[in-house]
Design a protein around this ligand. Structure first.
Ligand code: FIX
Ligand code: ZN
Length: 417
């Protein structure tokens, strides 16, 4: 392939490399088709994504109560979102734009605003084929799921050893263990582990056996926990004991990284369900203490508050056992993705996983990645332009290498180092 001889060619090469790069999506809430209704997909699921339900209640008449909404069939809920968020108000939010991008990239004419014919198209899709279509359209090799052994329904599917899908890999979700010992002990006991309600030596041993068994069963790429803005390590809470005595020895002994997603203020508005969570400024020093104390454990970290991002980036420069990922949730908007990606490239180079989708609905992979590619391409283009202007002359392979690094390559390097 011809060498890059001009800035214009360089910029086009960078944009094309990001447009074409195969992406690894390291955090989603997707499930295999074999797990039945746990896998959400299609027009009505897209329209009732909890981001859009929250937006519905910011514009709907006060006469629409949350209770009444949740008692409606999904199609009626979707109709209300369509009517209030898309038709009666400009669909300019990122979540609304995302639905339009999905329909558009699937070849559906969103301009006609004909929800009935869009629904008809989805009804004709076969789940397995459609899943493959979405992964191809999104340009992913695979996506990592959120697999929670403390939710009986999910555990039940795994215990049936149903067929998986090589497009989906596992992550063991352990919020309940880290944050709510009594509930974790109860579920472990329900699964036959006879776990004491108090966090004592026996409970520690049982919980370690539980984690080891689930790691053996589902082979997770990492364990993960979503933690609040008040998460502190170390402190005199049970969470510190559970991390020190159960989770981190397991992570070290079985070489399974721990992903921490820090800063969610749970149930700020419970009536919104999954959409009811908010954000709070957390303390990145907890990440620092964990990386210092456990140099032989790998930590994947993302934080929810925009306020925390710079301090976290600096920690990412200090610890070889820390890898930052994603513009999580309320940071997954073009303005913040751009700001955060610029800061990360300037402070971490390509040693970062610039995004994850957090997709809860299969089709969302399409828009979440199309939108991110567009923003990250321009940021990477700017950074390579500056390198060119400083006299650097990258090859096409090097640019392809770096595009892959920020979309999953660095994640794999981190897992394997
Ligand atoms: O804890 C998490 O995995 C969060 O991503 C979710 O709880 C959240 O609802 C979400 O889907 C954000 O995008
Ligand atoms: Zn998530």
């Amino acid at each position: 392939m011809a060498a890059i001889t001009s800035l214009k060619t360089l910029q086009n090469t960078v944009r094309e490399a990001v447009r074409k790069v195969t992406i690894t999506d390291i955090h989603t809430h997707l499930f295999p088709v074999s797990h039945g209704k746990l896998l959400l997909w299609g027009a009505d699921e897209l329209l009732t994504y909890h981001y859009l339900v929250s937006e519905l209640f910011t514009v709907a008449p006060r006469s629409l109560t949350h209770q009444e909404f949740w008692q409606m069939p999904k199609s009626r809920q979707a109709q209300l979102v369509w009517e209030h968020v898309f038709l009666k108000h400009g669909p300019i939010s990122e979540a609304a734009r995302g639905v339009m991008t999905c329909f558009n990239m699937l070849g559906l004419d969103i301009g006609k605003r004909d929800l009935a014919s869009i629904r008809k198209w989805f009804a004709a899709q076969k789940p397995e084929n459609y899943l493959e279509k979405v992964f191809k359209l999104s340009g992913l090799d695979y996506a990592v799921m959120t697999n929670n052994p403390f939710i009986a329904e999910e555990a039940g599917y795994w215990n049936q050893e149903l067929p998986g899908n090589n497009r989906l890999k596992t992550a063991l979700r352990i919020d309940t263990l880290v944050l709510n010992w009594p509930a974790a002990a109860k579920e472990m006991s329900a699964q036959g582990y006879r776990c004491p309600a108090t966090l004592n030596a026996k409970g520690v041993a049982v919980a370690r056996a539980f984690l080891a068994d689930w790691i053996e069963k589902i082979k997770p790429l990492y364990m993960a926990a979503s933690l609040g803005p008040d998460f502190a390590y170390p402190d005199n809470s049970d969470s510190t004991k559970i991390l020190d005595q159960i989770v981190l020895p397991t992570a070290r002994d079985l070489n399974v990284p721990l992903a921490m997603m820090i800063g969610v203020r749970k149930a700020v508005m419970p009536a919104l369900g999954d959409g009811g969570d908010g954000v709070g400024v957390a303390d990145p020093a907890s990440v620092m203490h964990l990386c210092q104390k456990y140099p032989d454990v790998k930590f994947l970290v993302t934080m929810l508050s925009r306020v925390n991002q710079h301090e976290l980036c600096i920690l990412g420069r200090k610890f070889p056992n820390l890898h930052l990922f994603g513009c999580w949730w309320f940071c997954n908007n073009p303005s913040i993705i751009e700001e955060l990606t610029r800061m990360r490239f300037e402070l971490l180079g390509t040693a970062v996983t610039c995004q994850h989708s957090d997709a809860r609905v299969l089709d969302q992979l399409i828009y979440k990645w199309a939108h991110t590619r567009r923003i990250v391409a321009e940021v990477l283009c700017d950074k390579y332009t500056l390198a060119w202007q400083a006299g650097w002359r990258p090859t096409r392979d090097e640019i392809a290498r770096d595009a892959r690094a920020i979309f999953g390559g660095s994640f794999h390097e981190f897992l394997n180092k």
